[in-house]
Design a protein around this ligand. Structure first.
Ligand code: SAM
Length: 474
């Protein structure tokens, strides 16, 4: 009788030639057959018991992969165990994507029969072959998924229109059926019912006995009367400004030029945006709504007791600074931004009753030094600008900091592999469309720039939603 290694080599050879019966001939009838839990999404994870389940596993594998071949490289025998190191050559059946994945197989034997098998491999690598694309559950029907991706603007426009028309604000006042609600909103009867039922199907409205009402989420976040929690301002701006500029994506990709009102690439986009004071205020509210999760998380994150003064560069209406000062009464804060945002900032100071500790410093970071402080915050600011400006801002932040002071950057950082965080990559394309040189960046990029600017002890952590926090000491 040969060694256990000889036995299992014969089995691999039989698998390779497609002779399943011969491959399984050395398996004990009650074999335990284990694969990484990460394969469970494809019905191939965890432990199977007995030859019947192993055969079903093989049949399942053939539905997931159109090609699969194990190439064993090294056989390491120790007692009743053989560890096999090798490479899987695979092709996802739906995706058509082929690649290799390294494996470590461990086999246990009793009397020359395999009683246990455990496979270790990187199931994320397998996922990339089987279901490439956005992270998340595997896509079972790529044809339908591609069409759905390309029509993603349909639901986007339904939500934007609902906010513009004030559907959620109106429903907070009183529920109604399609006819009354349509009349209250000034809608033509032709599309009203489909429009409202689309919102029901998207989970944004409830309907009972033909009468529509807000869900708990839309009552909180899309009723304009709840200004503290309202996020509809972002969608209003999306409809007014960003939907038209996204229509120019193909042009922007060909020319590199922004597609907004400041489309010549030479004009500062904030000059155009702030030319209309009403739009400036709406932009500030939208920015604050977009940063609300980060503004809520930040006061709990850093060792604020060590510091006395904070300057928030590009503070907009000061909502983040106000939350920070409210939670840490020993802190004093300065908001530094263009003079046009002052009225909104003063409203926030009043609302939070922080006149004693919170003040506004008008200026431009292109021409002025930043106010001195123990902590300098740059939130959703670096991504607006080109690399030279990003570096200049970090240098200016360091100059403004007291010794041992902290620079705090938050943005929607792209993962270092540039393949997982779709929202950060989309944000970077948004910068292509909205700014002359802006782009989003990876964790590694930011750490490099901080080190170049002379910061030490630099680190990155997740902050909230798509935002990441990067800090460095002066
Ligand atoms: C995208 S918003 C970020 C607002 C806020 N920090 C947040 O996290 O949402 C960028 C901010 O930078 C400000 N900004 C633009 N150009 C500036 C300049 N030259 N000097 C100072 N602030 C500027 C804008 O007015 C705006 O408030």
């Amino acid at each position: 009788m040969g060694t256990n290694t000889d036995v299992i080599k014969t089995s691999y050879a039989a698998f390779a030639s497609g002779d399943l019966d011969r491959a399984l001939a050395c398996f004990s009838p009650g074999i335990e057959w284990t694969h990484p839990d990460g394969m469970a999404d494809f019905g191939l994870g965890g432990t199977k018991n007995g030859l019947g389940e192993v055969r079903r596993f093989m049949a399942r594998a053939r539905t997931v992969f159109s090609e699969i071949r194990a190439e064993p490289r090294e056989f390491l025998e120790s007692g009743q165990r053989v560890v096999v190191l090798g490479t899987h050559h695979m092709r996802g059946r739906e995706s058509g994507v082929a690649g290799t994945v390294e494996f470590a197989h461990t086999w246990w034997f009793v009397d020359g029969m395999a009683t246990h098998f455990a496979d270790v491999h990187d199931s994320a690598e397998v996922r990339r072959l089987v279901a490439p694309g956005p992270a998340g559950p595997p896509v079972s029907d790529w044809r339908a998924h591609i069409i759905q991706l390309g029509l993603g603007f349909w639901p986007a426009k339904v939500v934007q229109a609902a906010v513009e028309l004030g559907v959620f604000t109106e429903l907070a006042v009183a529920r109604g059926d399609a006819v009354e609600l349509g009349a209250r909103l000034g809608l033509h009867p032709r599309g009203t019912r489909d429009f409202l039922d689309t919102l029901v199907s998207l989970g944004l409205l409830d309907r009972e006995a033909g009468r529509y009402r807000n869900t708990a989420a839309t009552a909180a976040f899309l009723d304009r009367a709840n200004q503290e929690t309202y996020v509809g301002g972002i969608l209003e701006l999306a409809s007014e400004l960003w939907y038209p500029s996204w229509a120019g994506l193909t042009t922007a990709l060909r020319t590199g030029a922004p597609q907004n009102n400041a489309g010549d690439g030479a004009t500062d986009p904030f000059d155009v945006l702030y030319a209309d004071p009403d739009r400036a205020r709406r932009f500030q509210r939208a920015m604050s709504a977009g940063a609300a999760a980060s503004a809520t998380a930040l006061p709990d994150r850093l060792p604020w007791a060590e510091f006395g003064t904070v300057v928030d560069v590009g503070c907009s209406d000061g909502a983040l600074l106000a939350r920070l000062l409210r939670q840490h009464p020993h802190l004093t804060g300065t908001g530094f931004d263009l003079r046009q945002v002052r009225p909104g900032f003063e409203e926030t100071v009043k609302e939070f009753d922080l006149a004693e500790r919170m003040s506004f410093a008008p200026g431009s970071f292109f021409t002025d030094a930043l106010p001195r402080a123990d902590v300098v915050v740059l939130g959703h600011v670096l991504h607006d600008w080109d690399l030279e400006t990003k570096r200049m801002l970090l240098r200016k932040a360091r100059e403004a900091l007291a010794p041992d002071g902290l620079v705090v950057v938050y943005d929607t950082l792209i993962d270092d592999e540039r393949r997982e965080r779709t929202s950060a990559l989309l944000m970077s394309l948004h910068m292509l469309l909205e700014s002359p040189g802006g782009f989003d960046y990876t964790e590694a990029d930011c750490l490099t720039w901080l080190a170049e600017a002379g910061f030490r002890d630099c680190r990155v952590e997740h902050l909230a939603g798509p935002d990441y926090l990067v800090t460095g000491r002066r």
